[in-house]
Design a protein around this ligand. Structure first.
Ligand code: PMP
Length: 491
């Protein structure tokens, strides 16, 4: 342990040690039951006498901040809720000016607001349909552990070093193979591995849309993309969507204005609406992009989670003139904690993204990339996908059936063919934002639709994730939500 001691100060060294540790214990930096260094070791590392450390520890003990177990060591005692540490200002007014300047900047992101909503509702027995991922019970923990162990046992130091910024070559080859099997022309030189697909979206937006310029988005759309636009000072022009995806006429109107630098779309089982862009609209959109000379950012975050009907071709597969940049991820189909996504693109953009990726984080974890590649190549990925499709498909049906059975008249919802989400509309004059507090009091939550719109204005829409729970919990959760809506409609 290091402690900055001022040897010229009037304050004795033991007091300085005591003050530092007291501050960190009260501040929560040293949690309850943390073992403090043995007094001899601390004395050596601080270059002070052992008696000095013993005196500091004695004072901390007399203040009820630490306890000793003979033969075991000295430990931090549980404290009441964190107090500001000495030297750390308590009120906003005592913050330094550079910190206060940050307070004037735009408020919380949609993702932060969602986290706060979920946190505010946390209670025993809560049924949450709010989160954006799959059910962690289905994550292939044992198989993935084996893949990780296989990699760690390799006698190859490169496993633990920085890797190629573009990504681990065999994994890029594996991804190309998967893409080609989906009819998307690809090779490893065009695949860039990113730290989650969110990083891919961030890098691409930054390269293609300068601050103050416009991106065309579906409304509603992925809140993470809205947050990115706000953070980069990029303006959003909105095209509404229906169950067949983005309304192409609205998109064309914006393209006609000449202001659009990039089109962002989630064509498969869109987040949050679950809409799937029809094949006709896919072709129209790709043709429009070429006609107006505007690139498309195709975010295929759950394309493989289809429960009904035939897969539609990716926009990238329809693109004959080089206008589509394709982004994929393993977060929803496999494990979010991998933080592995990828971009498929070519030309100078690839080099630009590579350089930007290097300056952002040097590269995505080599260890995780190698483990993922090992996992996919023992044939586990396909099996895991089949299981997810089968389980989530049943849950989707369970939620649709429960909604039909319980919801009062006037409530409507989508019936997505895949993905994770059902998009539900409350009857006027209800808003999902107002209803949230009542729903959470009834121990059921969702994500309000306002978080998926560029303005964040209150909305009658809400997003339900049907993949998170087994059917009996889905049924109880939907019943609770229906009861809340009914009570609000006819108090
Ligand atoms: N795109 C969409 C549509 C998403 O919903 C998300 C995450 N919720 C992402 C991209 C980013 O996911 P990740 O970074 O985990 O790949």
């Amino acid at each position: 342990m290091r402690i900055a001691l001022d040897r010229d100060s009037q304050t004795p060294l033991y007091r300085q040690i005591c003050r530092f540790l007291e501050g960190q214990i009260n501040n929560g930096g040293l949690a309850a039951d943390t073992r403090l260094p043995a007094s001899r070791d601390l004395a050596v590392s601080l270059g002070v006498g052992r008696l000095t450390v013993n005196n500091a520890y004695a004072e901390l003990e007399s203040k009820g901040l630490i306890y000793r177990i003979p033969g075991s060591g000295t430990f931090v005692l549980q404290q009441s809720p964190a107090q500001p540490a000495e030297g750390v200002a308590a009120g906003i007014e005592s913050l330094p000016a550079w910190q206060q300047a940050l307070l004037d900047q735009p408020g919380k992101s949609a993702a932060q607001r969602q986290d706060e909503l979920i946190e505010s509702a946390r209670s025993a027995g809560l049924i949450s349909f709010a989160e954006g991922g799959g059910d962690w019970h289905l994550f292939p923990q044992d198989d993935f552990r084996k893949a990780l162990m296989t990699v760690l046992k390799q006698d190859d130091a490169r496993v633990l070093s920085y890797g190629d910024t573009a990504g681990f070559l065999p994994l890029r080859q594996t991804i190309s193979r998967i893409l080609v099997s989906q009819g998307i022309p690809a090779n490893q030189e065009q695949v860039l591995i990113t730290s989650g697909s969110q990083q891919a979206l961030a890098l691409i937006l930054k390269q293609l849309v300068p601050p103050g310029e416009c991106v065309l988005v579906e409304n509603p759309t992925h809140m993470g993309f809205i947050d990115l636009c706000h953070a980069n000072g990029v303006r959003m022009l909105e095209a509404p969507l229906d169950e067949q995806g983005m309304l192409i006429e609205a998109a064309e109107k914006h393209l006609n204005s000449g202001r659009v630098r990039l089109i962002y779309t989630v064509p498969n089982f869109q987040n949050p609406s679950g809409a799937c862009l029809s094949s006709g609209r896919r072709r129209q959109l790709v043709n429009l992009a070429a006609a107006y000379g505007v690139p498309i950012l195709e975010d295929d975050f759950v394309g493989d989670l289809r429960y009904k009907g035939q897969a539609q071709p990716a926009l990238k597969a329809l693109d004959k003139s080089g206008y589509v940049i394709y982004v994929g991820t393993f977060s929803k189909m496999l494990i979010p904690a991998l933080r592995i996504g990828y971009v498929l693109c070519e030309g100078p953009l690839y080099g630009r993204l590579l350089a930007a990726k290097h300056s952002a984080d040097i590269g995505t974890s080599t260890l995780m990339q190698r483990a993922l590649d090992a996992y996919i190549n023992v044939g586990r990925y396909e099996a895991c996908l089949r299981r997810a499709r089968s389980v989530y498909g049943r849950r989707r049906q369970a939620m649709l059936t429960a909604l039909a059975r319980t919801m009062p008249r006037g409530v409507t919802w989508s019936s997505p063919a895949g993905g994770l989400f059902i998009w539900l509309k409350l009857p006027e004059p209800l808003t999902a934002d107002d209803l949230f507090v009542r729903a959470s009091a009834a121990h059921v939550i969702y994500t309000p639709g306002s978080l998926f719109t560029p303005t964040g204005a209150p909305s009658p829409w809400l997003r339900l994730n049907f993949a998170l729970h087994p059917p009996p919990l889905i049924e109880s959760g939907v019943q609770r939500l229906a009861d809340v809506i009914r009570r609000v409609l006819s108090p």
